[in-house]
Design a protein around this ligand. Structure first.
Ligand code: NAD
Ligand code: UD1
Length: 339
């Protein structure tokens, strides 16, 4: 049984946060969510309670409000830190907002943790810290570099966490580098609910299937991949959520390590489109468009370290990811608030 009973979850109302709250509650943890709803809403947490039949404590606050966070995390045993801004294009336009929210917010969080003598932390990083891959699959010792301010905030935070551990070996820190999270909880109650036009592939495809968008622009048809379109390591968000429980359980002794969470399998844009057609029974019109600036040809994980350190590996395949995305999309055609 878990020894860390009460978990403080920043950004717990968001896409990955809600799915992780479900797994935490089902595993017997108590959950305190701290979120400013800048990219989420209270309805998502009500649905977490509906799925699990358990209560979530919610504190409406910003991670840059150090005093409120210090007070709010009192009595917690560990922190999972999801809160952050995550849109790559927006980060290029508004770098200061990204550094302030993500980096400054994390500094406040770490000071609040120290003030409460909480030293167990799971942090949401991203495969974006590997930049344009020098080799594939990507293992954790691949060189780190970034190509946009969002990615740089993740890299800077990873560095801060390593320095913190060096300064005080009481810290127990797991940095999780996610590949491409997609899918939704099988209940269809929670899932990804992007505001405006989706930047990412899977939500865009789902909105084409439901008829909210006319056609998918496939960004680039001339990459050196099996069908010319970009290849990524898509991972079911429930697998990712379970990875966080495994990471908490692995924080028994002082450490600071980074672990990939991916499946190890790369699928192209057209593989995803075809799987979604199968899952939904809908047609997905698409046009081959120019490459998107900053995109890379292929990116997928070597997931073996996660197996070794966390005893974790992904269990859902692309068909499952498309099925669950489609179920959430069809139950919530206009997103959470209008469904
Ligand atoms: P999300 O936007 O759905 O969730 C983030 C949550 O944090 C939201 O509920 C938002 O309201 C909250 N938040 C943002 N800034 C805050 C602040 N200053 N104070 C309090 N709350 C704040 O995003 P997600 O997809 O669930 O991502 C969670 C984390 O995982 C992020 O740190 C993101 O960078 C990282 N990540 C996501 C992906 C992905 O594709 N979804 C990939 C790699 C890494
Ligand atoms: C993007 C982010 C990355 C982040 C990740 C999380 C960029 C440049 N990178 O990665 O930092 O960690 O999301 O999931 O935004 N595609 C289309 N048409 C679309 C949308 C996407 O063809 O409308 C293609 C892309 O070119 C890519 C693939 O689909 O080949 C996946 O794209 P996306 O879902 O945006 O994820 P990434 O670009 O891998």
């Amino acid at each position: 049984m878990n020894r860390l009973l009460r978990v403080f979850v920043t950004g717990g109302a968001g896409y990955i946060g809600t799915h992780t709250c479900v797994e935490l509650l089902n595993a017997g943890y108590e959950v305190v969510v701290y979120d400013n709803f800048s990219n989420s809403n209270a309805e998502a947490l009500k649905r977490v309670e509906k799925i699990t039949g358990k209560k979530v404590s919610l504190i409406l606050g910003d991670i840059r409000d150090e005093a409120l966070m210090t007070e709010s995390m009192s009595g917690c045993d560990a922190v999972i830190h999801f809160a952050g801004l995550k849109a790559v294009g927006e980060s290029v336009e508004k770098p200061l907002e990204y550094y302030d929210n993500n980096v400054q917010g994390t500094l406040c969080l770490l000071r609040a943790m120290e003030a409460n003598s909480i030293h167990s932390l799971v942090f949401s990083s991203s495969a974006t810290v590997y930049g344009d891959p020098e080799y594939l699959p990507l293992n954790e010792s691949h060189p780190l570099r970034t190509t946009n301010p969002y990615g740089t905030t993740k890299l800077v935070i990873e560095g801060i966490l390593r320095d913190l551990y060096r300064s005080n070996p009481l810290w127990k820190i797991m940095i999780l580098r996610y590949f491409n999270p997609v899918g939704a909880h099988k209940s269809g109650l929670i899932g990804e609910d992007p505001q405006g036009i989706p930047n990412n592939l899977m939500p865009f495809v789902a909105q084409v299937a439901i008829g909210r968008r006319e056609a998918l622009n496939v960004f680039g048809g001339d990459y050196p991949t099996h069908d010319g379109t970009g290849v990524r390591d898509y991972i079911h968000v429930v697998d990712l959520a379970v990875g966080h429980i495994k990471a908490l359980e692995a924080l028994e002794s002082p450490q600071c390590r980074a672990v990939n969470l991916g499946t190890g399998i790369g699928y192209s844009v057209l593989d995803v489109v075809n799987a979604f057609v199968q899952a939904s029974g809908k047609s997905i019109p698409y046009v081959i468009a120019p490459r998107r600036e900053g995109d890379i040809a292929a990116c997928y994980a070597d997931p073996s370290y996660a197996r070794e350190i966390l005893g974790w590996s992904a269990s859902y395949n692309l068909a499952d990811m498309c099925r669950d995305t489609w179920y959430f999309q069809s139950k919530n055609p206009e997103g959470y608030l209008l469904s």
